[in-house]
Design a protein around this ligand. Structure first.
Ligand SMILES: C[S@@+](CC[C@H](N)C(=O)[O-])C[C@H]1O[C@@H](n2cnc3c(N)ncnc32)[C@H](O)[C@@H]1O
Length: 425
């Protein structure tokens, strides 16, 4: 049986709890998630480290909190009066700490981590800035969902891109699990379709090796995506290409450690066309013909095991070169390629997920003419921009990380050398 004193204390705590609840209901507090970015920005402005008490007012200003919310107080269970807003900022700090964005190990001080700094380097929602321009192209800093609105409808000949793949663990350059990825990517495909000219192409390099959590079985998100691209978005599948990256290690867990699967080195590149009846498709494989291999000609005449009869001289005609297959083999890990060398020279960190230039080059040559517009909405290190510039195509690159755009600028000597003008409208 609790003592009379314990009962009294309990009643006091309950009354304080009810009072606190009433006070909370009287104001609409911002959520912890809403406060997180303002908190990171204010920490950054304070030099990366600050005492909580020095951050409350700046965070309220940054998050545009009105005075009634900023000043709302409540009596807490132990009888002391506290600011509800300040408590919410502390909760936002805990959330940021769980995500590794803030470190609070030293007592009474909050510190921005490298990861938190990385979040700040991504574009702010609603803000799209031109970071640099070249003779043919434009690199913009912004979120793909917003920046796409700047592109004129029907003006794009080809989109060539590689979005972040669905994954289980967040990577430096972003990532989400398969179900959210599917919804997000289909919305983007809907957004891009009217930007494409009739017969315009959309190429997407997508990750095939996505395992479900904790089991050696793969997600079938790609299959679902391909079906929905046709059924929901109305794209036509032109072809599946495959990129073989011989240096790819594959899943560490299922391939290298537990040895249950093979090293998966091939990734698909899906090619869709914005065309209903096959009447607008302008693709042509002649610009990508390759030199004949000497062994390829001359051919031996006669009936093949398949039953096809090849007449003498059938392959003697020179058609300008051999037609490439849909399999393209190229490593993306050369540490001494000009981009990575330029990054090292400038003291910048190179992008971690670059595709080889030969992929967009083939697509651009097959589906565009000089002067046509090519877009990469996930620009990264700017591979597509570099190829388009070299081939005389106009281009637009969209990227949410300013740090990656700074490295992309190094691909264009006129910019990096100071002859171009990095512009910020
Ligand atoms: C796989 S990388 C692209 C790399 C590029 N193909 C290359 O060769 O350098 C994907 C890029 O998309 C960017 N990104 C992710 N989400 C974005 C978004 N919502 N808006 C704009 N860019 C985004 C990431 O910062 C990352 O640089």
């Amino acid at each position: 049986m609790p003592s009379a004193e314990a009962l009294k204390a309990r009643q006091k705590r309950l009354a304080a709890g009810r009072e606190q609840q009433r006070a909370e209901q009287a104001v609409t507090l911002p959520s912890q998630g809403q406060l997180m970015l303002p908190l990171l920005r204010c920490l950054d402005s304070a030099g990366g480290e600050a005492a909580p008490a020095d951050l409350y007012d700046p965070v309220a200003a940054e998050a545009q909190i009105d005075a009634t919310v900023r000043d709302a107080m409540a009596v807490f269970a132990h009888g002391r009066v506290h600011s509800l807003f300040e408590r919410q900022v502390r909760h936002a700090q805990q959330l940021a700490k769980m995500k590794g964005l803030i470190d609070a190990r030293s007592r009474g001080r909050w510190t921005l981590t490298d990861r938190g700094q990385g979040v700040l380097e991504n574009a702010r929602p609603g803000v799209v800035l031109t970071i640099f321009e070249t003779r043919f192209g434009l690199a913009v800093w912004g979120h793909v969902e917003e920046a796409a609105a700047l592109i004129e409808r029907g003006s794009v000949a080809t989109i060539y891109t590689s979005p972040p793949y669905p994954i289980l663990k967040a990577k430096e350059y972003g990532g989400m699990e398969a179900a959210s990825w599917l919804a997000w990517s289909l919305d983007l495909a809907d957004l891009w379709k009217p930007l494409l000219a009739p017969g315009g192409s959309l190429f997407m390099n997508l990750g095939a090796e996505v395992y479900r959590r904790g089991v050696p079985y793969q997600s079938t998100y790609l299959e679902r995506f391909v079906v929905a691209m046709e059924d929901r978005c109305g794209y036509q599948l032109a072809q599946r290409w495959h990129w073989d990256n011989p240096t790819k290690l594959g899943s560490i867990e299922w391939v290298s450690v537990r040895r249950r699967r093979l090293r998966q080195t091939v990734e698909p590149v899906y090619w869709w066309v914005n065309d209903v009846a096959g009447m607008q498709d302008r693709a042509d494989n002649r610009p990508v013909l390759q030199p004949y291999k000497t062994a390829q000609r001359p051919y031996r005449a006669g009936r093949r095991p398949s039953g096809i009869d090849i007449g003498a001289g059938a392959f003697d005609r020179d058609n300008g070169g051999a037609i490439p297959s849909t399999l393209l083999s190229a490593a993306n890990s050369a540490s001494n390629d000009p981009y990575r060398r330029a990054c090292r020279g400038a003291g910048l960190k190179a992008h971690p997920a670059i595709f080889p230039a030969s992929l967009p080059e083939r697509a651009i040559l097959m589906t565009t003419q000089p002067g046509d517009l090519v877009v990469d909405p996930f620009f990264g290190s700017g591979t597509v921009g570099e190829v388009a510039e070299r081939l005389g195509r106009r281009w637009i690159g969209i990227e949410r990380s300013k740090a990656y755009l700074d490295t992309a600028a190094l691909r264009f000597p006129a910019i990096a050398g100071g002859e171009g003008i990095p512009s910020c409208p």
